[in-house]
Design a protein around this ligand. Structure first.
Ligand SMILES: Nc1ncnc2c1ncn2[C@@H]1O[C@H](COP(=O)(O)OP(=O)(O)OP(=O)(O)O)[C@@H](O)[C@H]1O
Length: 470
């Protein structure tokens, strides 16, 4: 015990140690204040403090649903859609639902949930907080003196992102734009297409609009496979050439002329194109236009990324071969009021659409290509002429798969032979296929129909021959 007591320093030695430490501290302080400049001292202190602060170099952005109470915050909507694509197995609890105008289910993170996103090697952490909390945080920042002011807004959720403050520029200038761009793409995919129509000339430039939910796709269209591929490739190429059209100073537009007998799928192909591109359709009835001015206004009120359809153009005297009807016009001017001409329509489209800077498509359809004004058929007017023909064996395979879900059948050989010699439209064959759910019965109906049709066509041919020889 005595030995241990000897190890404890005496009061005198403790006192002398204390006085030497305090002398050194005073000397150090004096030297520090005299030698190191004040700004450097402040910088060192701030670094020292920030080192020990919680989340030392992290920045936080709050994204509320309303922007300063002025209107909907688009970044909030974009964030919600963006985050729904980032939800993964780590998010054990999520919100899930569906809006009527959307095609698919949507999901969202719940309050307290977190999503860690990586952008250009920057880690960005998203979380959902209550808006009340968000408001308080914002107030804390703006009120320098005094405690933060608590507001009692109804609790709505807001998004919060945190990231290393040194990447603040990248997050503000690139990451948030990336979120907005992703949102635009997602909305394009979610968009329910619209069909715009104008029924009569008293509607001014107004279009009426309904949701367009046509089921036709390129997969369901019965037509020559090579032609189908050529159309899809053409659309893809057109869409990818925005810069090309800009560079050469041409309107970013593409024109298609679909021709062929009724019931061969011209309208179905337009629907398939709209579904493929996600473009709205404007169905323009030329008879609903009574002047050039009105035509311009009507075209101006269409939106970008849309298809303007003018069906059955052969039924419009304005687009028929002018040389053939010019005499009739002179004889009966009242029947042919000079409303507007084909060139007005095409020039109008060229002029108006060149300034839009966005992709536009125009489709003309006709059952009688031969009566059209040659001006319309000239190269450069309609970029692609698509012949929708009677059903072929290849096309029938598609129809049979659509309607009966079959790839092959023992009656196919007979049907193929009949199709080669018969002018049957896909529409008429589709009608036969719908007569029964029983595959054998439905295909039997097709065979009977084709034989009947073949017989009728033989009779007509015989009659024509007889008339020629008589
Ligand atoms: N090529 C096809 N592929 C698949 N289904 C088709 C095809 N052609 C016609 N049909 C079927 O027939 C129906 C009528 O066809 P659609 O209206 O597309 O023909 P159309 O050529 O536009 O006729 P019209 O010239 O009379 O307007 C479609 O709803 C579809 O069910």
């Amino acid at each position: 015990m005595e030995e241990y007591l000897k190890l404890i320093p005496s009061n005198a030695s403790l006192l002398s140690a204390y006085s030497s430490i305090s002398t050194s501290w005073v000397l150090f302080k004096t030297a520090y204040n005299q030698v190191i400049p004040r700004q450097l001292q402040e910088y060192a202190v701030s670094k020292f403090r920030s080192y020990f602060r919680r989340n030392p170099s992290y920045a936080t952005f709050i994204i509320e649903d309303l922007w300063c109470g002025l209107g909907r915050n688009q970044l909030y909507d974009a964030a919600r859609a963006y985050l729904s694509t980032k939800i993964g197995p780590d998010n054990r609890k999520i919100k899930i639902g569906k809006l009527e105008q959307h095609k698919n289910l949507s999901s969202a993170i719940v309050e307290g949930g977190k999503i860690v996103d990586l952008f250009r090697d920057i880690t960005i952490t998203w979380s959902v907080i209550q808006e009340e909390q968000a408001t308080t945080t914002a107030n804390t920042r703006i009120s320098k003196d005094g405690p933060p002011v608590m507001t009692h807004a109804p609790s709505r959720s807001a998004y919060q992102i945190t990231f290393d403050n040194k990447y603040r520029g990248t997050v503000e200038n690139y990451y948030l734009n990336h979120v907005l761009d992703t949102y635009k793409d997602l909305m394009q995919g979610e968009k329910v297409l619209k069909l715009y129509t104008r029924l009569d000339k008293y509607e001014g430039e107004r279009w009426k609009c309904v949701d367009f939910r046509h089921p036709a796709t390129f997969d369901t269209i019965a037509m020559d496979l090579e032609l189908k591929k050529a159309i899809k490739d053409d659309l893809d190429r057109f869409l990818a050439r925005k810069d090309f059209y800009k560079r050469v100073g041409k309107a970013w537009k593409r024109g298609y002329l679909l021709y062929g007998p009724p019931g061969t799928g011209k309208s179905s192909l337009i629907a398939a194109m709209a579904n493929y591109l996600n473009f709205d359709i404007y169905d323009l009835e030329l008879s609903s236009i009574c002047s050039d001015v009105q035509l311009r206004k009507v075209l101006l009120s269409t939106t970008n990324r849309s298809i303007l359809v003018v069906e059955d153009i052969d039924c419009n005297s304005e687009v028929q071969d002018r040389s053939k009807i010019i005499k009739e016009e002179q004889l009966n001017p009242k029947k042919y009021p000079k409303a507007f001409t084909l060139s007005t329509l095409l020039n109008c489209i060229d002029g108006l659409w060149s300034s839009s800077g966005e992709a536009r498509i125009i489709v003309f359809t006709t059952n009688h290509k031969e009566v059209l004004d040659p001006a319309l058929l000239r190269p450069g007017r309609m970029d692609m002429h698509i012949h929708m023909s009677y059903c072929t064996a290849q096309g029938f395979r598609v129809l049979a798969f659509n309607y009966l879900g079959i790839d092959d059948h023992k009656l196919y050989q007979e049907i193929d032979g009949l199709l080669e010699r018969t002018k049957a439209t896909p529409a008429s064959l589709a009608e036969e296929l719908m007569k029964s759910d029983d595959v054998d019965v439905a295909l039997g109906e097709v065979v009977n129909f084709l034989k009947r049709k073949r017989g009728e066509e033989d009779e007509i041919e015989e009659d024509t021959k007889r008339q020629r020889t008589a």
